[in-house]
Design a protein around this ligand. Structure first.
Ligand code: ZN
Length: 291
């Protein structure tokens, strides 16, 4: 009967008295030990750069930014570094604003939302004052004056082309477009009376005194004045109300020249959040006419 325990000790066994090394191997033992020691040294040396580097850098990392210490391509050192405490996150990425601070239905409010689904009372007429010969609500006048002055200072030839428009006047404008284009096309480019921001005295149309051929035209957006307005209007409390990107929301084709005064706080909020429509800011419907 043969079992595993009956097998004789293997000559290759290197431990234990039961398997003494053959005499022929003994002289090699110091060599083997030396090789083992060398291998161990090499192993340690191979680990050394990373291990030492990591340990050595840790105290410095505590007082400097990771970018200033980490050499290019040394991302593998990252996990060994102590994770810096994350900066406390701000409560919100959005600037603080109280969106209930002003009415969106009162036509004298800077935040009133007028669109194809939110008409004004035909009888509504705001208080008005004059800026460079054009009528606007008094609340909008200082910012409009400042906007035009800033454009002047920048050598930008911005002009006013239209501002307050009474209900009856808007009716004339709209009927003129209907006569020219038909009702369907007119609705894309002109508000029906009662649906125009111009009736509030908070909307203005600007133009270029050097490229007047683009006034009220798509190419206004490419003029020096059109680009300046797109960049700077918000700083003065105005928004470019109708853009190519938000037509489905506003219900109107793009008008790079139509500015709506909303006040500097809301204009900055819309600029900083990238929300370009009052409809989205206040979560009210936009789009086309119901009929
Ligand atoms: Zn306009």
């Amino acid at each position: 009967m043969t079992t595993s325990s009956d097998r004789p000790p293997l000559p290759r066994t290197t431990t234990g008295a039961r398997a003494p090394l053959p005499l022929t191997l003994l002289p090699r033992a110091p060599l083997l030990l030396a090789l083992l020691a060398l291998a161990l040294l090499l192993l340690l040396a191979g680990c050394a750069p990373g291990a030492i580097g990591t340990v050595f850098q840790e105290p410095r990392a505590a007082g400097a930014t990771p970018e200033s210490l980490a050499p290019p391509g040394s991302a593998e050192l990252g996990p060994a570094d102590p994770a810096p405490a994350p900066a406390p996150a701000p409560p919100s990425d959005e600037p603080a604003i109280d969106l209930a601070a002003h009415s969106i239905t009162d036509p004298t409010s800077p935040w009133v939302v007028v669109n194809k689904g939110r008409p004004l009372d035909p009888a509504f007429e705001p208080d008005l004052t004059t800026v460079r010969g054009y009528l606007v609500q008094p609340a909008a006048a200082p910012d409009l004056t400042a906007l035009l002055a800033a454009a002047d200072a920048d050598g930008v030839h911005l002009t006013l082309r239209s501002a307050y428009r009474a209900y009856a006047k808007q009716a004339q404008v709209y009927e003129g477009w209907v006569a020219q284009l038909g009702a369907a096309e007119a609705d894309k480019v002109s508000a029906r009376p009662g649906h125009s921001e111009h009736q509030t005295g908070l909307g203005v149309d600007v133009g270029s005194s050097t490229q007047a051929g683009c006034d009220f035209e798509k190419c206004f957006g490419e003029t020096v004045e059109g680009r300046w307005v797109a960049e700077h209007a918000a700083a003065f409390g105005f928004v470019v109300r109708y853009t190519p990107q938000n037509s489905a929301v506003t219900g109107y084709a793009a008008e790079a020249w139509h500015l709506r005064w909303v006040g500097r706080e809301l204009a900055a909020y819309m600029r900083d959040t990238g929300v370009t429509t009052l409809e989205e800011v206040f979560d009210v419907p936009g789009g086309g006419y119901a009929r």
